[in-house]
Unconditional design. Structure first.
Lengths: 488, 72
């Protein structure tokens, strides 16, 4: 692979560019799904190519090709240079990169069982068993299961001298069931909605999730929701389960801290941001208990935002974002870091393939657990009156990431420190900073889960990338509840 | 560059390795380019050459697919 990249970097050097990097990527994926006992999808794919990024005349150019012959790579490199020089003619100012030491390294995400060593037949047999178990519950009218594997192998070389080979193996799986009756449809998912749980792991994740064991109880909840009371409307104390809190972080912390959105360079698929650079170290984003980090290091866990180096060759880091409620950090790149007075990038730049230009993406944007031991049961016991929200069903947030509304699949009334009646159609809404400032409790490390969001979209052409979000159940006071759905 | 002859050749190579009841091959691709402006300047300017072969097979009424981009 080095030869292929060197062909590109040599041409870039001869043509006098300021900087160049080349990413050779081999991306293999398997995607399986069932729907009501039938195979909904069974596909494998492999994509192999090179993306060349150059900085010339103060502007970026990018070209990609699947033609990995010397001639093909050299043509693509010349195209990237031509594009950069064309862009440079209409620039407002030169793109300047903060320095980065050249690194040579090799890294693979830990993987106990290679998922591609398992057979498609074996994978489908498990999914069909889960599917059948879901449909064996009276009232279930639709069952869906899915299982996905990905091996993303990348060779990164730069004109600075970087030579990095890294491989990430990702596994994701889950199921959802629907109960349709009268004019209502209710849904329950496990272990999370919209695809289940995804992590940088091998097939061992499938074993850990215990999908089959959880099928019946989850399906019974979906059917039972038809007899549940409507979630009341009003201002309540609420507790979010860790998966819902993970999505809350993604939408109301993760997207607004992307510095390219803040600087007006990117607005597709999530808009811009209510944050401005002058709010750094001045804005009280949340309460004293709110500590959020963007952590791509392996120590944080096997999240979809875990890697050793980003797509600019910068080593993975843990960047404080909110420290004891104070807003202290953005997600940055080599280009944008200097805009907030940093001398190095936060290593958050990634592309979703060889044929896409890398951009700032969330890594693992996680809320840190409470320091004092606190289980979910203890948190509920400490709550006199409130509502417990489980498993995301819908989300809506404005293009500045300031006003939001979320719905979950199921809710539970909390009365006198105990979980009471089941509630259907629970929803809550708020304003980002007011909401995070209302957090008065968060459970401890043993209740903390690093969730994977496999479907974060950004840019044009759209790039879909996986992000990680660690969260533990947390409590928020005086939150607007129940506006989204009216009784039927 | 794809030609009708090259597509026929790819299809013949796929069919030779397929024991399925039915085999479908979809071949496509080409060059694309995109320029994006923000803050009154070009912030993304890119070009791409990419080809995709998608193979769908049917065994006893059930299907599965494989997609592979490099076709050279």
């Amino acid at each position: 692979m080095k030869d292929i990249a060197v062909w590109a970097l040599n041409i870039a050097d001869v043509k006098g560019v300021t900087y160049a990097d080349a990413r050779v990527v081999d991306d293999r994926q398997r995607s399986l799904a069932t729907k009501n006992g039938k195979i909904g999808a069974a596909s494998e794919s492999e994509s192999f190519g090179i993306g060349i990024r150059v900085l010339a005349d103060g502007a970026w150019g990018f070209a990609a090709t699947e033609d990995l012959t010397r001639e093909g790579v050299e043509i693509a490199t010349q195209r990237a240079i031509d594009i950069a020089r064309a862009s440079g003619r209409v620039k407002q100012h030169d793109v300047v990169l903060v320095p980065q030491q050249a690194i040579t390294d090799e890294w693979s995400s830990p993987c106990a069982i290679d998922p591609f060593s398992t057979s498609i037949e074996q994978n489908l047999a498990l999914l069909k068993k889960i599917d059948a178990e879901l449909r064996s519950v009276q009232g279930i009218t639709l069952a869906e299961t899915n299982m996905n594997f990905r091996r993303y192998e990348q060779w990164f070389y730069s004109s600075d001298g970087a030579n990095i080979h890294q491989t990430r193996t990702t596994t994701g799986a889950g199921f959802a069931c629907f109960a349709f009756s009268g004019t209502e449809i209710h849904k329950r998912s496990y272990p999370n909605s919209f695809g289940g749980q995804w992590q940088n792991k091998g097939y061992e994740l499938i074993d850990e999730l215990k999908l089959l064991d959880n099928a019946r109880p989850v399906a019974e909840q979906a059917a039972a929701l038809h007899k549940a009371d409507q979630c009341p409307e009003g201002n309540y104390t609420i507790i979010l389960d860790s998966s819902q809190l993970a999505l809350q972080i993604h939408e109301s912390v993760g997207h607004p801290i992307e510095l390219d959105r803040v600087l007006g360079m990117e607005a597709n698929f999530a808009g811009m941001s209510f944050l401005t650079t002058d709010k750094l170290r001045k804005l009280r984003y949340g309460s004293e208990l709110v500590n959020v980090v963007a952590d791509a290091t392996q120590q944080h866990g096997p999240g979809l935002g875990t890697f050793a180096y980003d797509d600019e060759g910068v080593p993975a880091q843990c960047t404080p974002i909110i420290s004891h409620g104070e807003f202290v950090g953005f997600l940055t790149s080599r280009e944008t870091a200097s805009a907030v007075g940093l001398s190095q990038s936060g290593a958050t730049v990634r592309a979703d393939g060889w044929n896409r230009m890398p951009m700032i993406r969330m890594t693992n944007v996680s809320i840190l657990p409470g320091e004092k031991p606190l289980t979910l049961d203890q948190l509920i016991a400490d709550t006199d009156h409130g509502i417990y929200f489980q498993t995301n069903r819908s989300w809506s947030i404005d293009d500045k990431r300031y006003n939001f509304q979320f719905g979950t699949e199921i809710g539970w009334e909390i009365k006198g420190g105990r979980l009471g009646r089941m509630l259907k159609n629970p929803s809550y809404s708020g304003i980002t900073t007011e909401f995070w400032n209302s957090m008065d409790a968060i459970c401890s490390r043993d209740q903390w889960t690093l969730w994977g969001t496999p479907n974060c979209g950004k840019g044009q052409p759209q790039q879909v990338i996986g992000t990680g979000h660690g969260a533990a159940p947390a409590r928020f006071r005086n939150v607007t509840v129940g506006k989204a759905y009216k009784s039927t | 560059m794809l030609t009708r002859e090259k597509c026929h050749d790819i299809f013949a190579r796929v069919l030779k390795h397929s024991h399925a009841d039915e085999t479908e091959v979809l071949i496509g691709g080409g060059q694309s380019a995109l320029t994006r402006f923000a803050n009154n300047t070009i912030h993304q300017n890119m070009a791409e050459e990419n080809y995709v072969v998608s193979v769908r097979t049917v065994f006893g009424g059930r299907n599965c697919a494989f997609h592979d981009e490099p076709i050279r």
